[in-house]
Write a protein that binds this ligand. Structure first.
Ligand code: CP
Length: 332
């Protein structure tokens, strides 16, 4: 694995499967009375968040603490960033405090890559602008593998399942042949970009569906298909991943009205019925209920939204464990 985790495209298939398999291993800690391992004792993980987050920040914090690391939470709001301090000077300050890993979320695409020039510890991208969110893609892949591998899986070992496979059965598997449809505001979505890169590395067939105004211009260079016909794609999907409409990043009118967007690209119960029986519904959160996803869909038994959050902790434990050199130690 690379020294830093900036892009899902940095991960080879073997790297990605190692992370997913390690997360399976670490998930067993969740069932214990004491959910803590000594693996990262004495190491310091800094959560450096310049942009709002609920899931990613708390799950990196929980992951680091479950591995016994010391955690420093740094939020731009209420810090010297408000007085004009640059990312470089903040990074040098954290470096002086001995950060072994810096988990960074920033509104500017490319900020995590810049940070690698200024700190000696590992840098993990927790979402940068409209660029990437690699650990979200990893937890999404973990959730797909968990839900879609099982006794009914195809020859590849992964496919529509009759029932959940045990963690041991899933180990070593990618997502070969799984059909994933990612729907919505692809243009502004770092989650979509990271998922396309990671899922294609793992052998999945990815299709992006968006209004023409919210489809990236160079999408033909991405390792996926693009389509404007959501209903046709749903009928042949194993996974549908709904994306948040990111109104805070929109600088123009990308669709006429929310009602029109919902009618063409929203997932309601009627549309969900077009999916094959085994298919699952995903959303990275936070959701706009009633816009890209109806409440009845988000709360349905096909929805993996809560499982994705839970899996985020174990997948991030695996990333920290592998990147901070814990692999040489015992996990039990
Ligand atoms: N999915 C995700 O990144 O959520 P947060 O913005 O809450 O971290």
């Amino acid at each position: 694995m690379n020294r830093h985790l900036i892009s899902a495209g940095d991960l080879s298939r073997d790297d990605a499967i190692l992370i997913l398999d390690t997360a399976e291993e670490l998930a067993s800690v969740e069932g214990r009375a004491i959910r803590k391992l000594p693996t990262l004792r004495g190491l310091t993980v800094v959560n450096l968040f310049y942009e709002d987050s609920t899931r990613t920040r708390t799950s990196f914090e929980a992951a680091a603490k479950r591995l016994s690391a010391d955690v420093i939470n740094f939020s731009a709001k209420g810090s010297s960033v408000a007085k004009g301090e640059s990312l470089k000077d903040t990074a040098l300050t954290l470096e002086a405090m001995g950060a072994d890993a810096v988990v960074i979320r920033h509104q500017a695409s490319g900020a995590p890559r810049r940070l690698t020039n200024w700190v000696s510890g590992r840098v993990i991208n927790a979402g940068d602008g409209t660029h990437e969110h690699p650990t979200q893609a990893l937890l999404d892949a973990f959730t797909m593998r968990q839900r879609l591998s099982g006794p009914g899986a195809g020859a590849s070992g992964v496919g529509p399942a009759d029932g959940p496979a045990s963690g041991a059965d899933r180990r070593g598997q990618g997502l070969d042949g799984i059909r994933v449809t990612i729907v919505g505001d692809v243009l502004h979505s770092r989650v979509a970009r990271s998922n396309v890169l990671l899922l294609s590395t793992l052998g999945a067939q990815v299709t992006l569906v968006a209004p023409p105004t919210l489809m990236p211009h160079a999408v033909e260079t991405w390792p996926c298909r693009a389509s404007y016909d959501l209903d046709a794609e749903l009928r042949k999907s194993d996974v549908v991943m709904m994306l948040r409409v990111q109104q805070e990043r929109m600088t123009a009118a990308y669709f006429p009205t929310v009602r029109e967007y919902r009618r063409r690209y929203g997932l309601d119960a009627g549309r969900m019925a077009l999916l094959p029986e085994h298919a699952i519904v995903m959303h990275p959160g936070p959701m706009n209920r009633g816009v890209e996803i109806a409440a009845e869909v988000a709360d349905s038994s096909r929805s993996t939204i809560v499982a994705q959050v839970a899996n985020g902790v174990t997948v991030r434990m695996a990333v920290l464990y592998l990147m901070l050199g814990g692999a040489a130690e015992e996990t039990s």
